[in-house]
Design a binder for this molecule. Structure first.
Ligand code: FES
Length: 59
């Protein structure tokens, strides 16, 4: 698992959100957001990649 990245689980899956909404995915592998930056939460939309990115220039 990539630090700050998604948690990969086998699908299909079904979640019940805090408000009682049922969210379902039929994909064989589902990426769950652990950083809470995803616009598709609880699913990862790769927004975690933009967090804390440092310059990787060479000296
Ligand atoms: S883990 Fe990917 S957007 Fe949160």
């Amino acid at each position: 698992m990539e630090p700050g990245g998604p948690l990969l689980i086998e699908g299909p899956v079904e979640f019940v959100a805090e408000d009682g909404t049922v969210i379902r995915s039929d994909r064989p592998v589902v990426a769950l957001c652990t950083c809470r930056r995803s616009r598709r939460f609880p699913f990862c939309d790769t927004s975690h990649r933009r967090r804390g990115k440092r310059s990787q220039g060479r000296a």
